[in-house]
Structures are given as C-alpha cells and as structure tokens.
Design a protein around this ligand. Structure first.
Ligand code: NAI
Ligand code: MG
Length: 365
C-alpha cells in the first residue's frame, strides 16, 4: 500500500500554506508516480470549534497510525481567551507527547538568492546547509526536583538537568542515522567540563557513534558551539544537543538564514514496525494572524517541511532534493512573497502564486 500522510492544516496561515503543499503532493502522484494515501483532519482552534478540544481522540489515533503527520500552524487571537487545557497549542503538545517525538530536527539552510537577508556576511552563509538535532522530551525542562522552595528563609527556584542513558542513546541514534543520509559528520554539543549530564551525554554519544564507523564524530562545549555557529557555520553538518542548548542553538542557527517563512522542521520518534520513525513535519512559524486570510503567507517553510518528510520518512532523498532545487530555482528567478522583499522593493507574489511557480519549476526539473 502507499505510504500514508495525515494533513493537519490547523489555523490561520496554516491552512493557506498547506493548500500549496497539497498541490505538491498531488504533483508527486501525477508526475513521479509517488502516490500517498492522504487524509486530513482538524487541529488547534479549528478542532476546538468543532469538537470543543484542540485535538480529538480519533485524530490522535490516526496520527499514531500514519507514516507522517504534516502540520500547518495552530492558534489565533480568537482562542487566546480559552482555558489553558483547551488552548490550540495543547493540540500540538499532545501530538508531540503521545507520539513521543524526542528528536527535533531544525535545518538551517541558506539559499544563495537569499544570502543578503542574513545579518551575517554573505560568504559566511551562502550555501549553508546544516541540521540541528535537539532532544525534545527530557532534560532541564522536565527534570525533577523542580519548583520554587523555601530554604533558609529565602526562596529558591530549582530545575534539574537530568538525562538517562536511554534518552541520550535514542536521540544520538537519530542524529547518526541522519548523518548517514547527509554528509556523515556529527558534532555533539554539551558542557561536559561543568555538568555531570554532559559527561554522560558525551560518553553515550561516543558509544553510539561506534556503531557508525563511517560517521566522523566530534565534541564541542555548547558555549563554544554558539560562537562557532556564528563565526563559521559551514564547519558543521549535523549537530546533536540537549533540550536547553538545542532550544537556544537552533534559534540562533535559524536566524543565520533569514525569514521565518523559510524554516521547516521535523520531530521524530522511535521506529515503527515498518522501520519508519514516528514523525511530524511542520514549519517553524505560527499561524500569523496579522496576515492570515490575505494570501500573503510564504508557503516555502511548509513546502520544505514536506521535502524533509520525503527524505526522512519516505526514503525519497532524490525527490526531496528535486523539491528543494525547485524552491531554489524560483528564488533565484526573483519570485518573492512579501516577507522576502528587500528594501529595494518589487511586486510580491501571493501564497498560491508561489506554490504554482514551484510546481512549474518541478515540471521543468
Ligand atoms: P508567527 O510565527 O505566527 O508570526 C510572527 C511574524 O512572522 C508575523 O509578523 C507573521 O506575519 C510573520 N510570519 C510568520 N510566518 C510567516 C510566513 N509563512 N510568511 C510570511 N510571514 C510570516 O508568531 P506569533 O505572531 O508570535 O504567533 C501567532 C500565533 O501563532 C499565536 O497564536 C501563537 O501561539 C501561534 N504559534 C503557533 C506555532 C505553531 O503552530 N507551531 C508556533 C508559534 C506561534
Ligand atoms: Mg526557542
């Protein structure tokens, strides 16, 4: 049977950018014989409006069964007044938690045509293509003890950085598997100089690395890693790091490349019975209420998220590259949504026009 995809467009521009991804999925079926079983459902505010919850149990069950979930974005001012338990974001959190998506993949990729958008020098970012793998379900954001406690007559705020060997091992394995599909290079970042969890992290990553003798493994203290990311990011290919360092380093890396409308992501979990990882793909941006419903949204982040699905869930690396090259071609031709307009100005294209241009480029590929 065909590989299966569950599409959850969500709210605001989530629906607009996902409409372009649906066109591209159809293109792959029609033109490349790559057919997917696609189903679609509600998440976020859209689900709340119908079901009174941001993710229905039936939708959750479907997400557990499919080969990949594609999510647009959730949220909007209309839902800001809701109780926390039914806020749109909770739909997203439930998916991540119940699918146990422990490896968050954030590429920082710079298309030459947009190199001027970076705040760094053009030669530092042109052609950049790196991948940060952030551990997403453990570490200091979850470790116990945590809380604000009374101690010797004053209050102390406590969080605990805590990693089990198994938690480090599985995210390390994700990183090495990725490296095997990329350039066989992994840099692990922690602070083994001052943190016990860092010592364990380094030891476990090294041990997992022994299973991947073709992959070149290096270690770096995360603070130096932050400097190196800005100084010369092209020295890296895959970076694997914990939840806290990954949160900061991935935001930093994202801004090496420019617009929020360009940034895809993936969250992967354990391999399923068919060998594919549990997976959810989504743009980094939110539902952008300020431009929703106006056809202004840049669909590229969501389209590149689908390219990641092709590569990491469906073993279609060449087709993923085809799609990324189509995006690159369209950008090189000067086609821009409003968020990609420089100070020199020009006429932006709409969300749908950007999607159509990318399909034209696919046709010509
Ligand atoms: P946002 O990412 O929605 O928007 C930030 C700014 O970037 C806005 O000016 C927006 O117009 C622009 N922008 C974002 N994506 C764009 C695109 N594809 N093309 C062109 N411009 C784009 O973040 P914000 O404004 O903080 O949050 C808005 C809503 O989205 C909130 O309800 C928030 O909770 C939710 N949100 C959802 C996320 C998700 O679903 N993963 C992530 C972040 C925020
Ligand atoms: Mg962050």
């Amino acid at each position: 049977s065909n590989p299966s995809i569950l599409i959850l467009p969500g709210d605001g521009i989530g629906q607009e950018v996902m409409a372009e991804v649906k066109k591209i999925i159809s293109w792959y079926g029609d033109k490349r014989g790559l057919a997917f079983d696609v189903s679609e459902d509600l998440v976020g505010g859209a689900a709340y409006d119908v079901h009174g919850v941001p993710l229905a149990d039936a939708t959750m069950a479907k997400a557990q069964e499919v080969d990949a979930v594609l999510l647009g974005a959730v949220g909007g001012p209309k839902y800001d007044v809701l109780d926390f338990s039914v806020k749109p974001e909770r739909g997203l959190l439930r998916l991540r938690k119940e699918m146990d998506l422990y490896a968050n993949l954030r590429p920082a990729q710079c298309f030459d045509a947009l190199a001027d958008f970076s705040s760094l020098k053009k030669d530092v970012v042109a052609g950049l293509d790196i991948m940060i793998v952030r551990e997403l379900t453990s570490g200091v954001y979850f470790g116990t003890p945590r809380g604000i406690f009374e101690e010797n007559g004053e209050r102390v705020g406590i969080n605990t950085q805590r990693y089990t060997e198994a938690e480090v091992e599985r995210v390390a394995r994700s990183a090495f598997e990725l490296a095997m599909r990329r350039n066989k290079k992994v840099c692990s970042m922690e602070k083994a100089n001052v943190m016990e969890s860092g010592i364990l992290w380094r030891e476990v990553v090294t041990r997992v690395g022994a299973d991947y003798p073709e992959v070149e493994l290096s270690h770096m203290y995360a603070d130096n890693g932050a400097m190196q990311l800005v100084r010369w990011p092209k020295q890296f290919d895959v970076i694997v790091t914990d939840n806290l360092f990954g949160d900061i380093l991935s935001d930093c890396a994202a801004m090496l490349t420019g617009s929020l409308g360009m940034l895809p992501s993936a969250s992967l979990g354990a391999p399923m019975a068919n060998g594919r990882p549990k997976a959810m793909y989504e743009p980094v941006h939110g539902s952008a209420p300020d431009i929703a419903g106006q056809g202004k949204a840049n669909p590229i982040a969501c389209i590149l998220s689908f390219a990641m699905a092709l590569r990491y869930s469906f073993d279609q690396g060449e087709e993923a590259t085809r799609l990324e090259k189509a995006v690159e071609k369209v950008l090189a031709d000067g086609v821009r949504t409003a968020d990609l307009m420089g100070p020199e100005g020009g006429t932006p294209v709409s969300t749908a026009q950007m999607g159509d241009k990318i399909i034209e480029a696919l046709d010509a590929s």
